[in-house]
Design a protein around this ligand. Structure first.
Ligand code: MG
Length: 203
């Protein structure tokens, strides 16, 4: 399986990164070695001094598809969850300056912590869905699906022009503003519509 991560999908986050909003979605990949579960321990990686959280709504693909039309994209997922696109911001900054790929800063082991819970879209009002990230009980990020620049359906349609989507693939749909560093000892709690989805501790 692959993990497709969308960049700059919220105007406020693009602003805080001093990055322009793009006309088409931009994406990069993580792989199955990036998945981190609540039952496992997360250790702060030794290769970075500036590990950042980016809380993101996650969509799970449940059908094989290619060249998916936006109007049919909703047929390709039935559940959403919440995850973190962990980023070695110091390394990413150097990659950006040199025009290098980001994988070294984004696609390392356990860089995609994800909730064990999945919510059926039938049980959600997708238009009003919101999610939050708390760092040591302090609210750091709040995202509302209505503020996405590219909708889930538009993302699926766009990405499927280039890559076949397979059952079990995950899409991290971008992070709202408020990204920041984590420290050893931090506890990160994510919620969808005020319901707790995950709790990760940094060791
Ligand atoms: Mg991200």
């Amino acid at each position: 399986m692959k993990i497709i991560c969308i960049g700059r999908n919220y105007v406020d986050h693009a602003k805080e990164m001093n990055a322009p909003v793009t006309e088409k979605p931009i994406y990069f990949l993580k792989s199955d070695i990036c998945i981190h579960r609540e039952s496992q321990k997360f250790f702060y990686p030794e290769f970075t001094n500036d590990l950042h959280y980016e809380c993101e709504l996650v969509v799970k693909i449940n059908r094989l598809g290619k060249y998916i039309d936006t109007k049919f994209a909703h047929k390709y997922y039935s559940h959403v969850s919440l995850g973190l696109d962990l980023t070695a911001r110091d390394i990413q900054k150097k990659c950006k300056e040199k025009g290098h790929p980001w994988e070294i800063a984004k696609s390392f082991d356990k860089s995609a912590p994800i909730s064990d819970k999945w919510i059926s879209v039938k049980d959600l009002s997708m238009e009003t869905l919101s999610f939050e990230l708390f760092q040591n009980n302090t609210l750091k990020q709040k995202g509302e699906i209505k503020d996405m620049i590219f909708s889930i359906d538009e993302i699926i349609s766009y990405v499927s022009k280039f890559m076949t989507l397979k059952i079990g693939d995950l899409i991290f749909t971008g992070t709202p503003s408020g990204v920041g560093p984590v420290q050893i000892g931090d506890v990160l709690v994510g919620k969808i519509n005020n319901s707790k989805m995950f709790e990760f501790k940094i060791h």
